[in-house]
Design a protein around this ligand. Structure first.
Ligand SMILES: CC1=C(CCC(=O)O)c2cc3nc(cc4[nH]c(cc5[nH]c(cc1n2)c(C)c5CCC(=O)O)c(CCC(=O)O)c4C)C(CCC(=O)O)=C3C
Ligand SMILES: [Fe+2]
Length: 360
C-alpha cells in the first residue's frame, strides 16, 4: 500500500530556529555561537540584521507554513501521521518537542531536516542535536533522519521553476546574456574538506544541483546560461579561510566582465530566512544596483507543492526501507541518491567527536 507509514507513528520537522522579537535576538545568537569563536563584531553586525527586520526572523513562520502545507499534502494522500516541530537554536526546542512526543505516546519518528546538503553545520550538527535531545528526555521516541534531498526531483524542479521566473523578471534586452549566481552559505574550507565520508561533499553536491538546474533551464529557454557557485554569510575570525567567492565580490566581477544581468539563485537554502532576506535581498541586490547590474533573486523552495510532496515521498520511501522493502529512490543529476544512515566519520565535527544519531 503506497501510503503505509509503518513503522513510524510521527513525522518530526527539525530546523534551525530564529528569534521572534527584539529581546530574543541576543540570547538566540548566544545559542547559535556558543563555543564557536565568532568575533564579537560579527555578532553585533548580525544582530543588526535582525533588528532591521524588527528583531524577528521569518524562519519560524516559514516552518509553520511548511508544516501546514505538509499536513494538507499528507491528508490528501490519506496519511494521518501527526507532525511535530523542534529547533536547534530557538523555541520550540528539540528536547521540549521530544518530551511532548513521549507524553503523546510516540515511539518512532521520521525526521525531515530543513537543510539539504552534507556538512558538519548542515548535517552532523543536527544529528548531534538529536542525540542531545534524546538523551535529555525520558522515553524519547526513536528518530530516523530522512535522507539528504538536494538531488530529489521535488527540490530541484522547484529551483528550476524559480530560476525561470527570476529570468523572466529581468529586462528583455538583458535576459539572454544573464549569468546565474547559485548562492549558498559559506562554511570554513576545512569544514567543506571534512564534509561527507570522503570530504568535499558540500561543494560537490551544490555543483551537481547547479549543473542540473542549468541543463533544465536550457531545455525550457534554449539558452545555456553561464553560472557560478558563490557564497554568502561568511562568519568566523578573518584569518580562518571560508569558501569564496563572496556573492558581492562575484557581482563586482560579473560587472567588470561586462555581464548583461544576473539571476541570484539561493540554492543552498530551503526558505527565505534571514540569510536570504538580508544577505541577498538587502546586501547583494544593493551591490548589484550600485554597479548598475540588472539582477533578480529566485524564490527558495519554500512551500512549492513539489517540495512539500518531497517530504511525503521520503517518508514513504524510508518507511518501506525500514519494513525491509526496496523502494525506488528518486534522484536527479550526477550524485546518486544518498544513504539513509550517514557513514562512520561522515561530516567530521571540527571540535572533536560527539554522540550523533542516525549514523551507521
Ligand atoms: C551551512 C549552514 C547553513 C545552511 C544549512 C541549514 O539551514 O542549517 C546555515 C543556516 C542558517 N544559519 C542561520 C543563522 C546563523 N548562522 C550563524 C553561523 C554559522 N552558520 C554556519 C553554517 C550554516 N548556517 C556556520 C559554519 C556558522 C558559524 C558558526 C558555527 O560554526 O556554527 C549565525 C551566527 C552569526 C554568524 O556567525 O553569522 C547565525 C545567526 C539560520 C537562521 C536564519 C534566520 O534566523 O532566519 C540558518 C537557517
Ligand atoms: Fe548559519
Amino acid at each position: 500500500m503506497p501510503s503505509d507509514t509503518a513503522p513510524y507513528d510521527a513525522l518530526l520537522l527539525v530546523s534551525f530556529g530564529g528569534p521572534e522579537k527584539p529581546d530574543d535576538v541576543v540570547p538566540f545568537l548566544e545559542n547559535v555561537t556558543r563555543g564557536r569563536g565568532i568575533p564579537r563584531e560579527r555578532l553585533e553586525q548580525v544582530g543588526e540584521h535582525y533588528f532591521l527586520f524588527g528583531g524577528r526572523s521569518p524562519i519560524n513562520d516559514q516552518n509553520r507554513e511548511f508544516i501546514a502545507a505538509v499536513r494538507d499534502d499528507l491528508d490528501a494522500a490519506g496519511i494521518d501521521l501527526p507532525i511535530y516541530w523542534g529547533n536547534r537554536n530557538w523555541d520550540p526546542f528539540l528536547a521540549d518537542t521530544l518530551a511532548q512526543m513521549a507524553a503523546d505516546g510516540i515511539t518512532r519518528a521520521a525526521c525531515f531536516v530543513t537543510s539539504a546538503y552534507s556538512s558538519y553545520s548542515s548535517c552532523r550538527q543536527y544529528r548531534e542535536n538529536l542525540a542531545d535531545a534524546v538523551a535529555a528526555v525520558e522515553d524519547a521516541p526513536q528518530l530516523d533522519k530522512l535522507r539528504h534531498y538536494f538531488n530529489h526531483p521535488g527540490f530541484v524542479e522547484s529551483v528550476v521553476d524559480a530560476t525561470l521566473a527570476a529570468l523572466a523578471e529581468l529586462p528583455d534586452d538583458a535576459r539572454d546574456g544573464a549569468q546565474i549566481a547559485f548562492v549558498t552559505h559559506s562554511i570554513p574550507e576545512a569544514m567543506n574538506d571534512g564534509s561527507g565520508p570522503e570530504g568535499g561533499a558540500y561543494v560537490a553536491q551544490h555543483r551537481s544541483v547547479a549543473a542540473e538546474v542549468v541543463d533544465r533551464v536550457r531545455e525550457e529557454t534554449g539558452r545555456r546560461h553561464r553560472h557560478e557557485l558563490v557564497f554568502c554569510s561568511r562568519s568566523g575570525p578573518p584569518h580562518v579561510p571560508w569558501l569564496e567567492p563572496d556573492v558581492n565580490d562575484h557581482l563586482q566581477q560579473l560587472h567588470d566582465d561586462g555581464a548583461s544581468a544576473v539571476v541570484i539563485v539561493p540554492v543552498g537554502f530551503v526558505s527565505d530566512h534571514m540569510e536570504v532576506i538580508y544577505d541577498l535581498d538587502t546586501e547583494a541586490l544593493a551591490t548589484a544596483e550600485k554597479l548598475g547590474l540588472p539582477a533578480s533573486r529566485a524564490a527558495t523552495a519554500g512551500i512549492d507543492p513539489r517540495f512539500v510532496a518531497t517530504v511525503r515521498d521520503l517518508l514513504l520511501e524510508r518507511a518501506a526501507v525500514e519494513r525491509g522493502e526496496e523502494p525506488e529512490r528518486a534522484a536527479v543529476g550526477s550524485v546518486p541518491p544518498m544513504w539513509d544512515r550517514c557513514p562512520v566519520g561522515c561530516c567530521a565535527n571540527p571540535r572533536g567527536e560527539r554522540p550523533a544519531l542516525c549514523g551507521q
